[in-house]
Design a protein around this ligand. Structure first.
Ligand SMILES: C[S@@+](CC[C@H](N)C(=O)[O-])C[C@H]1O[C@@H](n2cnc3c(N)ncnc32)[C@H](O)[C@@H]1O
Length: 242
């Protein structure tokens, strides 16, 4: 952990311009200045990624796409399993984060892992895939409906989707889902919106509608430098059934 790195990231989060004509331009403005410090800070901010990626069975000879995969750090959670995949592909719209990913893949000597600059709502894989993951990316994708629908289209029948992300509960959540107080339902969307992150009450219900639920869990995680505050996040694993 580097204090100076943290300060650079906090400056970007709070003050850097996130403006641009397109979604891709806005993302690159935001991430360009902090790509080098991204992993260290996000390790403490983006909770539940390691558990989710470790829990997904990567089928031998299978294909895995990490949508909005940024620097590709999540793939390290696959450990030795990564070599038994046919391919793993990180799809992202930020060239700065993808260049960190490319360096990482080269350092690991992974020859079956790719970094592709493309939009998660339209990227076309060469063949249907076994696993699609979204790690804290759905909340940054404006047309997240399209991203989820597109993931379903890309998956083979029986394929797995894994999602971990911030969210807020609906005012009247369905049975078995957690309730969040009014203050949390108002504060977190307002706070995250500074960085074009949209924690939604609808992501999880829509995932449950589109996929057969294999497991779902809801948690709260500490935010660096927001002492005492914990942001709600969920982990979802689903299967594509016809
Ligand atoms: C909070 S970061 C998470 C990155 C990574 N998944 C992780 O866990 O560290 C959100 C990522 O989503 C990417 N992203 C946002 N919208 C996207 C889109 N429409 N298509 C592809 N990537 C997108 C951003 O560039 C960024 O890398």
């Amino acid at each position: 952990m580097s204090f100076l790195g943290d300060m650079r990231v906090l400056y970007s989060l709070a003050f850097a311009s996130k403006r641009g004509k397109t979604h891709a331009e806005r993302l690159e403005k935001f991430y360009g200045a902090q790509a080098g410090d991204y992993d260290d800070f996000r390790r403490r901010l983006l909770k539940g990624r390691r558990e989710l990626f470790r829990s997904i069975p990567g089928p031998k000879g299978g294909t895995w796409i990490d949508m909005g995969g940024g620097t590709g750090s999540n793939l390290e959670n696959l450990g030795g399993r990564i070599k038994s995949l046919k391919s793993a592909t990180v799809v992202d719209l930020s060239p700065s984060l993808l260049s960190v990913a490319q360096r990482r893949f080269k350092d690991h000597g992974w020859r079956n892992v790719y970094a592709v600059e493309a939009d998660a709502t339209t990227y076309q894989p060469p063949e249907p895939v076994d696993v699609v993951t979204f790690s804290y990316s759905l909340t940054m994708i404006p047309d997240w409906f399209a991203a989820i629908d597109h993931a379903r289209t890309m998956l083979k029948p029986g394929g797995t989707i894994g999602v971990v992300d911030f969210y807020v509960a609906r005012k009247h959540p369905s049975e078995n889902r957690k309730r969040h107080p009014y203050a949390a339902r108002v504060f977190w969307p307002a706070w995250f919106s500074i960085d074009n992150v949209v924690p939604s009450p609808d992501h999880l219900p829509y995932l449950q509608r589109r996929f057969e639920c294999a497991s779902v869990s809801e948690h709260r995680g500490k935010i660096p430098y927001l002492f005492g505050l914990k942001a709600p996040y969920y982990q979802f694993l689903g299967k594509k059934v016809q």
